[in-house]
Write a new protein. Structure first.
Length: 337
């Protein structure tokens, strides 16, 4: 059987098998061991003598294989392949036969096309046992055997017929083989149709939830928007002695602390200084006054995370200096009315 006829024939068989299965999604074993067998046709290149008058360089092939599939994209496979023989006759009636069989170990890289179809490429090595026999009825027979490793590669198409049963159409090429005394090193290509059984767990088929009939329900009444309580700005003054940041006048601060217990409003403390001394010194002094008031509030239970500090130094001091009214810290917040 010529390979040029075997390829479309095998493909037609594969399509016929695929037409018997429905095209909807179904669960299948994506990983695990698998076993299979194959048959098809091979064709030899350089398998005939140069001066031959008749040559048959194609033959039937068969084989078996086993592998482990890790997922849709990667598998390792090994198998036995009987790749047939090529026979040629010279003008003097001398016959020459080349045959090859062997075991391969290959890596398969897949590319899913759909839930049922997957394409793949393969590559690896083939340990072959090849024979070259020259002779015939009128000539003494001479046999030459050669064994060794050679490269093999191919590609294929897989169809998942059921959750475990799969069929595949494959092209495989075996590189140069034979002994150094053969005078030539042929190669061979084969097209096979295989059937395999994929072992492994099968996931449960996802069930589709029934679609509930729409029910007209009245729209829920929106909840009333919360009413924000009205607030008023509050500013509490804390006076300081000359050149001091010690909090001594605490009456107003204590009253404010009581009112802050029922509020989570943010608090800003701003420190000030009069015009006595250098501007740099007064800026630092106003900062210390703001920090002192904050420390007092925190010691009375007010959360430090609510408090923001600011300091002005003498930038807002009155024209009269020294002026006791400028030695201060102001606590500003919002309290309910």
């Amino acid at each position: 059987m010529s390979i040029k006829y075997g390829l479309p024939g095998a493909f037609c068989i594969l399509l016929a098998v695929s037409s018997t299965a429905q095209a909807d999604d179904f669960p299948y074993a994506k990983s695990g061991f698998y076993l299979g067998g194959e048959t098809g046709a091979s064709e030899f290149k350089s398998g005939c003598r140069d001066l031959s008058v008749t040559c048959e360089d194609d033959d039937e092939v068969y084989g078996g294989f086993a592998g482990y599939r890790f997922n849709d994209y990667f598998a390792i496979e090994s198998g036995y392949h009987e790749l047939g023989e090529a026979t040629s006759w010279n003008i003097d009636g001398k016959k020459s036969e080349i045959s090859i069989e062997g075991y391969d170990l290959s890596v398969l890289v897949g590319m899913p096309l759909s839930d049922r179809w997957m394409a793949y490429v393969r590559g690896g090595g083939l340990y072959y046992d090849a024979n070259l026999i020259d002779g015939g009825d009128l000539f003494p027979e001479q046999a030459n055997n050669a064994k060794g490793w050679t490269e093999t590669a191919g590609a294929g198409l897989v169809f998942r017929a059921t959750d475990h049963l799969q069929t595949r159409l494959q092209y495989q090429y075996v590189n140069d083989f034979g002994g150094s005394d053969w005078g030539r090193q042929p190669d061979v290509q084969a097209v096979t149709l295989g059937v395999l059984w994929q072992f492994g767990n099968v996931a449960s088929k996802p069930t589709r939830e029934p679609i509930a009939e729409p029910v007209n329900t009245p729209a829920p009444t929106p909840a009333p928007a919360p009413v924000e309580p009205e607030t008023k700005p509050v500013h509490v003054l804390s006076q300081f002695d000359f050149d001091s940041s010690e909090v001594s006048n605490t009456g107003a601060l204590n009253q404010l602390i009581k009112e802050l217990a029922s509020s989570q409003a943010a608090i800003t403390i701003t420190g000030y200084a009069d015009g006595e001394g250098t501007a740099e010194y007064n800026m630092e002094l106003s900062k210390e006054r703001a920090e002192a008031v904050k420390a007092y509030l925190v010691s009375k239970g007010v959360s430090a995370s609510r408090i923001t500090l600011d300091w002005k130094g003498e930038t807002e001091a009155s024209s009269q200096s020294p002026n006791r009214a400028d030695r201060k810290a102001v606590v500003s917040t919002e309290l309910p009315k």
